[in-house]
Design a protein around this ligand. Structure first.
Ligand code: AMP
Ligand code: MG
Length: 420
C-alpha cells in the first residue's frame, strides 16, 4: 500500500502524451490544436458591400444631405464581379456580399433612394438622399479582420463552433489536433446485469459502465464500452485482451481481496506491468494501476478501479483523469480537478489511517466558500455523491473537523472540460 501523493505522482510519471493527429476540420470540434492555423486569404478577401444599395464614389457624394443623381452603370449581386469602373456621376446597384467595383468606396443603402428610384437598375438613374453619409460607409475593407499569412488560431486552443468557422474561412480543411484518447471500459462481476434489467435477488445493475463512459466523455475522450465480464478468468481475459487495443483500459471490480478478485493476476498474464496496487485512500483503497509496454505498438495505460460506485468515481477523478489529460497533451494545470479552501458548515470526520474524501455542497459565503458535508453512507452510496459540488479532502487524523474549520475541497467536474 502506498501514499496517495506517491500514487498520483506514479500515474503522472508513467503517462506520456499521444502524438497529435491530422484530422478533418469537420471531426475537430472539441479537440485541442497541436499546430496553429494560418490564413491563406485576407478577411474580407476584397472590399465587400455590407448593405443592399448603391456603390458610389464618396468624393462625388454631396455633403449636407442634398440629393445625388447618379447613373446606374451595373448591377452586382453577391458573387458578381465587373471590370467596369465607377466614374464621376455613376454608381453600381449592389447587394450585400458583392465586391465593390473599382472607383467606388462607399455604399448608400437602398432605403436612401428617393422619388421612386429604389428599383433603378443598370442603364437607369437613381436619386439618393442619405443625410448621414460618411465616405467609406457600409464597406468592409479587404484585410480588416486579418491578412493572408496571419496565425488566426494558436496551438493549444480548443476548437468550438467559432474556431471551426474561422479555420474554415482561413482555408483549413484539416487541422493537427491532440489525439482523442480512446478509453476502453469493462465492468467485472458475475452479479452484474445491464442497467436496463430489473435486478433479481443477488444481482446488481452495472452503474459503473455508464458512469465511467460519462466521466470519459466529460474529458473530451472517447469511451469504448466493453460491457460486463463475469468473474471467470477466461471471460475477463478475453475482454481485457480486447480492451488492451485502446490507449487506456479501465476495469471496475475484482481488484480487492475477495476470492474472485481475479483482475490483478489476469493483468499479469496479459503482460501488463503493475505500477501500484492499493493506495492509502478512502474510498478507493483497492485501486490497481499498470502499463502494457509493447515494442511494435503504443503502450496501453491500465486501471483496475474498485467496484463500489463511489470508490470507482473517486479513483477515476484522482488517477484516471490525470492519465487521460496527459495522454491528450493537456498542460499540467489541466491534469487535475481544481481545489479550493472552504469553511465547514457542519462536522466532518477524518479517518485514522488514510485521507478521506467526503461529498459536500458548496456555497458562496461572506469571506469565502462554505462546504456542507452531505449525508453519505460510504463507498456504494451514489445518492450522496450525485449533486455534490465537491469532495472534502481530509488528511488522516481520526479527529472530527468542526463547523467553521477550514478544509480543502476538490471541486467536481461542472461541464465539458474537454474545452479549455
Ligand atoms: P468488487 O470491487 O468487485 O469487490 O465489488 C465491490 C462492490 O461493488 C460489490 O458490491 C459489487 O457488486 C459492486 N459493483 C462492482 N461492479 C459494479 C458495477 N459495475 N456497477 C455497480 N456496482 C458494482
Ligand atoms: Mg466483484
Amino acid at each position: 500500500m502506498i501514499d496517495l501523493a506517491e500514487a498520483v505522482a506514479l500515474v503522472e510519471r508513467t503517462c506520456r502524451p499521444l502524438p497529435p493527429r491530422r484530422v478533418r476540420l469537420l471531426d475537430a470540434c472539441g479537440r485541442r490544436l497541436a499546430a496553429p492555423v494560418v490564413a491563406d486569404v485576407d478577411s474580407p478577401p476584397w472590399d465587400r458591400a455590407m448593405m443592399d444599395g448603391f456603390a458610389v464614389r464618396g468624393a462625388d457624394y454631396p455633403p449636407g444631405g442634398s440629393v445625388a443623381e447618379l447613373d446606374v452603370a451595373v448591377d452586382l449581386a453577391a458573387g458578381d464581379v465587373t471590370a467596369l469602373e465607377i466614374t464621376a456621376g455613376s454608381c453600381a446597384r449592389i447587394m450585400t456580399g458583392a465586391p465593390l467595383p473599382r472607383g467606388a468606396d462607399s455604399v448608400v443603402p437602398v432605403e436612401a433612394a428617393v422619388d421612386g428610384t429604389a428599383g433603378a437598375h443598370a442603364g437607369g438613374r437613381v436619386r439618393l438622399l442619405d443625410g448621414r453619409f460618411r465616405p467609406g460607409q457600409h464597406v468592409a475593407r479587404q484585410g480588416a479582420a486579418f491578412h493572408r499569412g496571419r496565425e488566426v488560431l494558436a496551438a493549444g486552443m480548443t476548437l468550438g463552433a467559432a474556431e471551426i468557422g474561422l479555420a474554415a474561412e482561413a482555408g483549413a480543411t484539416h487541422v493537427v489536433a491532440a489525439a482523442a484518447v480512446r478509453v476502453a471500459l469493462l465492468s467485472t462481476g458475475s452479479e452484474l446485469v445491464p442497467p436496463a434489467a430489473v435486478p433479481a435477488f443477488g444481482q446488481t445493475r452495472n452503474s459503473n459502465g455508464p458512469m465511467l463512459a460519462a466521466a470519459v466523455q466529460l474529458l473530451g475522450a472517447d469511451p469504448i464500452p466493453l460491457g460486463i465480464a463475469a468473474d471467470r478468468p477466461e471471460a475477463i481475459r478475453a475482454a481485457v485482451a480486447q480492451g488492451l487495443a485502446a490507449d487506456v483500459l479501465v476495469l471496475s471490480g475484482g481488484v480487492s481481496a475477495g476470492d474472485l478478485d481475479l483482475v490483478p493476476s489476469i493483468f499479469a498474464r496479459c503482460g501488463v506491468e503493475q505500477v501500484f496496487h492499493k493506495v492509502r485512500l478512502k474510498p478507493g483503497k483497492p485501486v490497481w494501476f499498470g502499463v502494457l509496454r509493447r515494442t511494435a505498438a503504443p503502450e496501453t495505460i491500465v486501471f483496475g478501479l474498485p467496484g463500489n460506485p463511489a470508490s470507482c468515481l473517486v479513483c477515476f477523478e484522482l488517477f484516471v483523469r490525470p492519465a487521460i489529460a496527459i495522454l491528450a497533451g493537456r498542460p499540467r494545470d489541466g491534469w487535475h480537478l481544481p481545489r479550493c479552501r472552504a469553511r465547514l458548515a457542519g462536522p466532518a470526520k477524518a479517518a485514522t489511517d488514510r485521507p478521506v474524501y467526503l461529498p459536500c455542497r458548496l456555497r458562496g459565503a461572506a469571506g469565502g466558500c462554505e462546504a456542507e458535508p452531505l449525508p453519505w453512507s460510504g463507498s456504494s452510496d451514489m445518492l450522496g455523491l450525485a449533486g455534490a459540488g465537491g469532495l472534502i479532502a481530509l488528511p488522516a487524523s481520526g479527529r472530527v473537523h468542526e463547523a467553521g474549520e477550514e478544509v480543502e475541497v476538490v471541486l467536481r467536474d461542472s461541464g465539458r472540460v474537454g474545452f479549455g
